[in-house]
Design a protein around this ligand. Structure first.
Ligand code: ZN
Length: 186
């Protein structure tokens, strides 16, 4: 059977995990994301990395967070523990949503022999920001959404939990653990 899901890993980059705007809590999702990514690769579920790759003049940099994940710098690279494999895809973005003026939607629609994927499984940072905005754009485009509850984090527990609740309430996202998600791959 052709797989109609894709895993999207959001902003697991050096600057977000150990660098300029690091969240201490980001580190604890690394093992579950590793498990999710490896299981996806083994089951031929496409893995897409949705990565900030900012120009210094981007609105988000200038007006909000300061310099982070600047295109071409070490800070914009995926953390060593979760390096993309050869058959994975890397799609750069310049603000919170992985879809906003990027090639993500055409990529997802080209998969599954051109029938496209139907469900996106989101993990990474942050539950209440880039995951949320990527989920919004996925919802607008008709994708079903699964959120890896132990594969997302935010700056605080409160932000993470509120983020999950919002995703469930507004985008009808299914909140699942990585173990539950992976079981459905087999
Ligand atoms: Zn950014």
């Amino acid at each position: 059977m052709l797989e109609t899901k894709a895993v999207i890993i959001i902003d697991m980059l050096n600057d977000f995990v150990t660098g300029k705007i690091a969240a201490e809590r980001a580190k604890r999702i690394i093992p579950s994301l590793k498990k999710l990514i490896n299981a996806a690769r083994e089951s031929n579920v496409t893995v897409v990395y949705s990565n900030d790759a900012h120009y210094p003049q981007d609105a988000e940099v200038v007006r909000k967070w300061g310099k982070h994940a600047i295109k071409g710098t070490k800070g914009a690279e995926v953390i060593p523990e979760l390096q993309p494999a050869e058959k994975d895809y890397v799609v750069e973005k310049r603000t919170y949503s992985g879809f906003y003026e990027t090639g993500l939607d055409p990529l997802l629609r080209s998969l599954n022999k051109g029938d496209g994927v139907k469900t996106v499984i989101l993990g990474g940072l942050h539950t209440n920001m880039c995951v949320r905005h990527t989920a919004a754009d996925a919802f607008f485009r008709g994708y079903k959404i699964i959120i890896a509850s132990d594969g997302c984090e935010a700056f605080t527990q409160k932000e993470h939990e509120e983020g999950l609740r919002y995703l469930e309430y507004v985008y009808n996202a299914k909140i699942m653990t990585v173990d539950e998600i992976v079981k459905e791959f087999k």
